[in-house]
Structures are given as C-alpha cells and as structure tokens.
Design a protein around this ligand. Structure first.
Ligand SMILES: [Zn+2]
Length: 441
C-alpha cells in the first residue's frame, strides 16, 4: 500500500491535440494513461488468468458491481479479503456502479430513490446511489463509480435533461455515503448528445469535486461521429488535473479519436468478446480466424505483434483450434487481442510524449483500414461498439442441469457469446446484458 492512495499526474501533453499522457496512482499500483481496462464482468477477464492479463500488458481491470452483487454477493467477496484477493488480481481494479447494467433491464422502475428491478432470478433488487457505494466499498475496488442514469440513443432533450438532474442528485448522495479510505469515487457526466446538457451536467458534477470524471452515456448507438463530438465537447468541460474516463469505448479508431480529445481511460468488452468469437485484431485490420483462408496460413496472427501468442503460434493453428472447438482457441485469441489493445495504448502514450499523436493515429488507421494482409474491417461484427460489459450468464436455477460452458467458442448467433442482432436504434448500454431486451424510452 502506498502513502498516497490516489493521485493523477499528467507527464506530457501533445501540442498538436488535446491528448495527454501520465499515470493514475492507486493503492494497488500505477496505471499509465491513456489506459485501456479489459472487462472482468464477473470477477474474471474471460478466458484469461490474472497473470496472463498482466503479461498482456494491462495494468487495471474493470469488475462489475451489479453482477458481483447478484453472484456471489459482495458479503462473500468482502469475507474473502476483497475483490483483488478473491479474483487473484493484485493490480488496480475499477468497478462500475451497476447503473449501466440496470438500465438494460426491462422490468425496472426508476425514481429519485434509485432503480428497482427484477433480477434474472426473479427477485426484486433496489439499487440506490447509497447501495451502489456500499457494494463497491465491500468489494474494495480502487476506483468506484457513482450510480448514474444513462439514457439511450436517440433520446429526447427533456428526457436527457431529467437524467442529468437525477444523476446530479444521486452523485451528491453517493458522495455523502462514500467512506472507504483507499478507494476513490468518480463522478459521471451525462447529457446525451446535447451540448447544452453536457455543459450543464459537467458544471454540476465538477462542482462536487470528484477525483476523476467519467464521460457516460456514450457508446449507446450514437455512432462514431457523435461519439467523437460528445467526448471532445465533454472532455473540454472537465478539469485538466483529473482523469477522464470514457465508459464502454471501443474500437481502435474510437480509442484514438477519444485520446486525441483528452480522454485518459477506457474499458470495453470488444477485445475479449471478439477474441472468444474468433475475431482477431491485427495492424492490418481485424480478421475472422475461422475463415477457410487461414486453414493453411502459417504466419502469426499479426506479424507486427510481439505477444506470446504471435511469437509461438500460426493462424493455421488458431484456425484449427476454433474449428476443433478447443478451449485453447478462445484463450489464445483473447490473449492476443488484449495484448494488441495494450500495444495500441503504449504506442499512443509514446506518441504523446513525442508530440506526434495525430500522426501516430493517422499512420495506424491507414494501415489498419488498408486491411492488406488478409482482411477488412467489414469482417468485424457491425454493432460491436455498443457493448460494454460481458454478457452475464444467467444464474443457475435449481434443477437446471448445466449452463453454457465458459470459454467454449459458441456458434455465431448464440446468445451467450454474441449480442443479439438488433436494429440500429437499439442502445448499447441498454442492450448489453440482457439478451433481447429493448432500450428504455
Ligand atoms: Zn499477438
């Protein structure tokens, strides 16, 4: 444990854009920024051991308050010595408040008190700003998030405005409830795609003086242009000396655009979920390793990648593993994807220090979009950017013999591994966790 439980420092600013690099210091270690957190929804980054997560270059992981509270329950995790010890990860952990997940549920009732909803088990659960803090304090994460009201996209101005006001009231209550030393609580700025509401939300939340701020309500199906604009606008409204966390983003091009606009921290399920489904990121675009063209391709996944998987295995071997439904397929694919994202972040950090982030981004994207090696971007499942949390497995009911097997590659379209295909209007924060549920209106 360190004497300074939490701090954030900016070491370098890119003169050509708003990007900065630095580090978030937590009681469990430093997180060099800009940083990408792999998502460990249920206290596990799927298909990865904690030592692999570390070896792949990640410094902080995200765990999910809502899912851990439902199963196994925060009391057990607290008894086990906290979420770090429980999941065997001694690095920094960020927990989200559960708000993002809860707003995806159909049977939910939102009031000033909080959100009342039915769990997948059929029980009534009430998540209030105080309860979200209480759970995260019991988990003992390094960074906790306030409960916020996240609206989907598109969203009427009046509805977005009401969510901003409610989020501010909840933020005040969360701050008042938060006691745990060694853990910090971040505020969340909502406001949908409306600049005036983003300004209003930022003003109110910043006035509460949080040690860090998240830009919430993005990656809900608004598309790349709006995401970029909203993040750019909101980041400018946030204090220079606090970390800015863009929740639920995203694809490599999203990350680069947000970093250029001053974002420091990200989380997303894309590298892990895509990996399990057989979509691998390379410097020349993403590839679907199950495609027959890789059947006898003896090159590594990505010739520019120095990860343990690329140093040892060929595409043909990965293709074979996926075809044979071997567990090792998703494991190796996930490892490479997480390492790829971490490499991208390390490249961005170095470029910021050298004052050439825009050129770095352009060069990366030119190569990435060229897809010359073997694949094009169109190979990626289109609604990808909409996901933020790994889909939970439904709690096992009495009498149910066996659930879906973790880590086993699922055939395309199976609800356990892929988002259901949905119309573009579906929101992402709200679609993510409960298959087939509609966004709130
Ligand atoms: Zn690799």
């Amino acid at each position: 444990m360190s004497s300074t439980p939490f701090s954030f420092r900016v070491d370098a600013r890119d003169p050509l854009c708003r990007a900065r690099s630095g580090a978030i210091h937590t009681p469990h270690g430093e997180v060099p920024t800009p940083a990408f957190c792999p998502v460990g929804t249920a206290g596990s980054v799927r298909a990865m051991t904690p030592w692999d997560v570390k070896a792949a270059g990640a410094s902080m992981v995200l765990a999910n308050t809502y899912h851990l509270a439902l199963r196994p329950g925060e009391a057990l995790i607290e008894k086990a010595g906290g979420v770090h010890r429980f999941m065997g990860w001694d690095g920094p952990i960020l927990t989200d408040s559960g708000g993002f997940q809860v707003f995806s549920l159909k049977d939910r009732f939102v009031s000033d008190e909080g959100v009342r909803f039915r769990t997948p088990d059929g029980e009534i659960f009430v998540l209030t700003p105080e309860r979200a803090v209480e759970i995260q304090e019991a988990l003992g994460s390094d960074i906790a998030m306030i409960l916020d009201e996240c609206v989907g996209h598109p969203c009427e101005w009046s509805e977005a405005r009401a969510a901003v006001e409610r989020t501010t009231r909840w933020a005040e209550r969360a701050l008042a409830a938060h006691r745990r030393r060694g853990q910090v609580l971040f505020g969340i700025v909502q406001g949908s795609v409306y600049p005036d509401l983003r300004e209003r939300a930022a003003e109110q939340i910043v006035a509460l003086d949080f040690p860090g701020y998240a830009i919430g309500g993005v990656s809900v199906g608004e598309g790349f242009e709006l995401l970029r604009d909203v993040v750019g606008l909101t980041a400018e409204l946030l204090p220079e000396d606090r970390p800015r966390y863009v929740m639920g983003v995203g694809l490599p091009e999203d990350l680069l655009a947000c970093i250029e606009r001053g974002a420091d921290l990200f989380d997303c399920v894309i590298p892990t979920r895509f990996g399990r489904g057989g979509t691998l990121f390379t410097r020349r675009g993403a590839i679907r390793i199950r495609h027959r063209r890789y059947r006898s391709d003896l090159y590594p996944i990505d010739r520019g990648c120095s990860c343990a998987v690329c140093g040892r295995f060929s595409r043909a071997y990965l293709h074979h593993l996926f075809e044979a439904h071997e567990l090792l397929g998703p494991i190796l694919a996930t490892y490479h994807n997480v390492a790829f994202y971490q490499d991208l972040m390390a490249g961005a950090r170095a470029a910021i220090v050298e004052g050439r982030l825009p050129q770095f981004g352009e060069r990366f994207l030119a190569e990435y979009r060229r897809g010359g090696e073997s694949a094009t971007r169109t190979e990626i499942e289109p609604p990808a950017r909409r996901e933020r949390t790994e889909k939970p497995r439904p709690p096992r009911r009495a009498g149910r013999r066996d659930g879906p097997r973790d880590g086993v590659p699922q055939a395309p379209g199976k609800a356990t591994d892929r988002r259901p295909s949905k119309p573009a209007s579906d929101t992402h924060r709200n679609s993510r966790n409960v298959p087939g549920r509609r966004p709130p209106r």
